[in-house]
Write a protein that binds this ligand. Structure first.
Ligand SMILES: NC(=O)c1ccc[n+]([C@@H]2O[C@H](COP(=O)([O-])OP(=O)(O)OC[C@H]3O[C@@H](n4cnc5c(N)ncnc54)[C@H](O)[C@@H]3O)[C@@H](O)[C@H]2O)c1
Length: 248
């Protein structure tokens, strides 16, 4: 399936990290449907039939590999207009059961991965402007039991979004953040194999005003908003969580 030639993002080039499955795959589909030419950077190969123009297999935590992939996209597909930092990973476990190598992995993927792509893409957007959308989590806004280090990384992503939105404003690069609440994806399915996580999720759904998990498409719609809004929204944090969390 090719990108639509019409739509609010027609003519734009977008890169989505972690675009092979889950929320990332829905973001890829939505941005392509809105007219963007989309490239995926993921540790896994792209899935057959994804509406993309390029893909690269790389770990977002590996600066050199990310730099090579983004440079290739920028040269071969066209100047990058939109970057979506979606790749993320977690293992649910009480903090005292964590060992330092697990923290290192969580920080590398969920926080340093965001530093890496933005450090590489911002110079590419210089003089042209652009949009960057970081996928954090409500865990980073309100904390999540069993996800202490992940919550810290996502809280860091939220703060980094705000700081970088200030730094990049003069270059007309708008940087915003989407915080999914619990969303029905392979990441969540994997966690729910543990009975305690499954019970926690059921309790979360019961305390969610809209009484359901988010779908990946719900999150993609928020990303599409930030990618295509007219140009006066930056440094904002938008939760898509059925009302589970509400900003003050
Ligand atoms: N599912 C949820 O309930 C939920 C809630 C809040 C936030 N999030 C966040 O949303 C984002 C997407 O989550 P998801 O549920 O779709 O996850 P998922 O596991 O279903 O998909 C994650 C994708 O990222 C890729 N990826 C993982 N680590 C990578 C790395 N080091 N380098 C490159 N690619 C990598 C995977 O291959 C996969 O394609 C993540 O940032 C996650 O933290 C998810």
């Amino acid at each position: 399936m090719a990108a639509s030639t019409a739509g609010p993002l027609a003519g734009k080039v977008a890169v989505v990290t972690g675009g092979v499955k889950g929320i990332g795959a829905a973001i890829v589909a939505r941005l392509a449907a809105d007219g963007a030419r989309v490239a995926i950077l993921d540790r896994d190969p792209a899935a057959p039939g994804q509406p993309i123009v390029a893909s690269a297999q790389a770990d977002v935590g590996d600066y050199a590999a990310v730099s090579a992939a983004l440079t290739r996209f920028n040269d071969e597909v066209g100047p990058i207009d939109i970057l979506v930092n979606n790749a993320g990973w977690d293992r649910v476990q009480p903090f005292l059961a964590n060992e330092p190598p697990l923290w290192d992995t969580l920080v590398r993927i969920n926080l340093i991965g965001v530093f890496n792509t933005i450090h590489i893409v911002l110079p590419m957007m210089k003089g042209r402007g652009g949009r960057i959308i970081n996928i954090a989590s409500d865990a980073g806004r309100v904390g999540s039991s069993g996800e202490a280090v992940y919550s810290a990384c996502k809280g860091g992503t939220i703060a980094f979004t705000k700081a970088m939105a200030r730094e990049a404003a003069r270059e007309r690069v708008l940087i915003n953040c989407v915080c999914p609440g619990p969303t029905d994806t392979p990441l969540l399915t994997g966690m729910r194999e543990e009975e305690s996580v499954d019970r926690l999720m059921d309790a979360i759904v019961k305390s969610t005003p809209l009484r359901k998990l988010a779908t990946p498409e719900d999150i993609a719609a928020a990303v599409a908003y930030f990618a295509g809004e007219p140009g006066h929204v930056t440094g904002q944090i938008l939760s898509v969580s059925g009302g589970l969390t509400m900003a003050g």
